[in-house]
Design a protein around this ligand. Sequence first.
Ligand code: GLY
Length: 296
Amino acid sequence: MTEALILSTWSFALEANRSAWPALTAGGASLDAVEAVCRHVEEDTEVDSVGLGGLPDATGSVTLDACVMLSPARSGSVCAVSTHLHVTSLARAVMERSPHKLLAGPGAERFAAEHGFEARELLTDEARATYESWLADADSVGPQNIDPSLEEHHDTVGSLALDASGVLAGACSTSGMRFKTPGRVGDSPITGHGLWVHPEHGACVATGSGELMMGSNTAFLAVEEMRRGAEVAEALKRAIERTAEEHELGPEDQVALLGMRPDGSWAAMSLRPGFRAVLSSGEEPALIEPESIWST
Ligand code: GLY
């Protein structure tokens, strides 16, 4: 028997981890746990980077991306979904009920309707107000002077879990970069970029600037480092350093990773300070302030 664990990104996962924990310790599957964590955050209207309450693209449309993964052969993703809230469950349905790995936009929405997912309005009043104020600023300053990626980090919920049978699972869910160019899809639904799980070598999930992870296959890279024998923290450090080296970073760019191996070892690390993670290894989840590689 392995000790159960859930490790998730950002403090908004405190309640989410707490809600997923009882089923996991009662013998539940790690895949159910990571799905439950992401669903909880998708419902949380206070989180403006995931699910309901997520900020829209530059035209005011909220689009969601998600991924679940058990192994290189078993993953499912959806991206650019504008009609359904629980994109993590939809990604799981792609994995379990289709021969495909990734469904996008209208095709994913049609798949959702065909598989009984309830359509929901995703733009909340608060998110609409924030969008309108951004739009007003863009109108007065001129859109050419506004770089949405510089405004704030956008914060994916990512979760890794290990169950009593020693099975690793990962999931992530995001509304992506706030006020993004319509059609932009980030790292989260692309396996190897925002999430990678290998049942024997380890798992990694990313949060931060998706374009960086997409340039360096960051999650895959971290797990490859584990495969070559690196401890989890060292693997995350190498993947973050390599991602930073391979890009010209803006002042707000962040690369933050969680890693876990099937032996229960885990780590959390970021390029810049400010990242938080939540670890459940007992009934009460612990908020962690991970080590950062840079001091600012
Ligand atoms: N890391 C999430 C995104 O860039 O969309």
